[in-house]
Ligand binder design. Structure first.
Ligand code: ATP
Length: 194
């Protein structure tokens, strides 16, 4: 059983993934793989260097500088995705092979519906949280202002659209204990369905 877990920034994907991991799922975090894909001396970093030499310092990617470019420019974002995503998919499939037999595999994929991630996903799960809570959590977690959070939200699929397209929905509009309980119920149900 291979699940893709998605949701907008600050919706609570990482929290849900932590809960699923405690319940026994095998987690693949594509954000971490995206960082690995552009690590020093990687093919991904070389490709980025050719496209935006100004975001490389000492053979290392200046992530903030690149974020500024791509969050305000849809073409640049598409170009970056075209570079990074094939590497992420390759790394994800390498990791996927290490799951134990019968273990639920959960790929955290922030841009699941914006990209062609993997063909063989059995279920997509979206985490939805109220916009005001997402903004409050991200501004305090990442120390960025509300305008930047809103720009990043605007670069992602609208939550109502994700809600329509996902197989399953986790509402994250209450406390963490509630999120844990909702996630556990979904986990048990998906497992018995498989
Ligand atoms: P991003 O895509 O930006 O990485 P995310 O979807 O992974 O975000 P999380 O990191 O899981 O979101 O959540 C954002 C912040 O809000 C975290 O600090 C997390 O601990 C907190 N949080 C998430 N859900 C709740 C909740 N129900 N109650 C309180 N805090 C929460």
């Amino acid at each position: 059983m291979r699940v893709a877990l998605t949701g907008g920034i600050g919706s609570g994907k990482s929290e849900v993934a932590r809960i699923l991991e405690d319940l026994g799922a095998y987690i693949i975090d594509t954000d971490a793989l995206a960082r690995e894909a552009v690590a020093p001396n990687s093919d991904g970093l070389m490709e980025i260097t050719r496209t935006w030499p100004q975001v490389i310092r000492n053979n290392t990617l200046d992530r903030a500088a690149l974020a500024e470019i791509v969050f305000s420019d849809a073409d640049a974002r598409a170009r970056l995705n075209a570079i990074v995503h094939p590497h992420v998919r390759r790394l994800a499939l390498e990791r996927d092979a290490f799951a134990k037999p019968g273990q639920m595999i959960v790929h955290i994929v922030p841009l699941l519906f914006e990209t062609n991630y993997l063909d063989d996903i059995d279920k997509s799960v979206v985490v939805i949280a109220p916009e005001a809570q997402r903004i409050a959590r991200i501004t305090s977690r990442d120390g960025i202002d509300e305008m930047r959070v809103r720009a990043r939200m605007a670069a992602q699929i609208a939550p109502e659209e994700a809600r329509r397209r996902a197989d399953e929905i986790i509402e994250n509009d209450a406390d963490l204990a509630t999120l844990r309980e909702r996630t556990r119920i979904l986990y048990e149900r998906i497992r018995t369905e498989s």
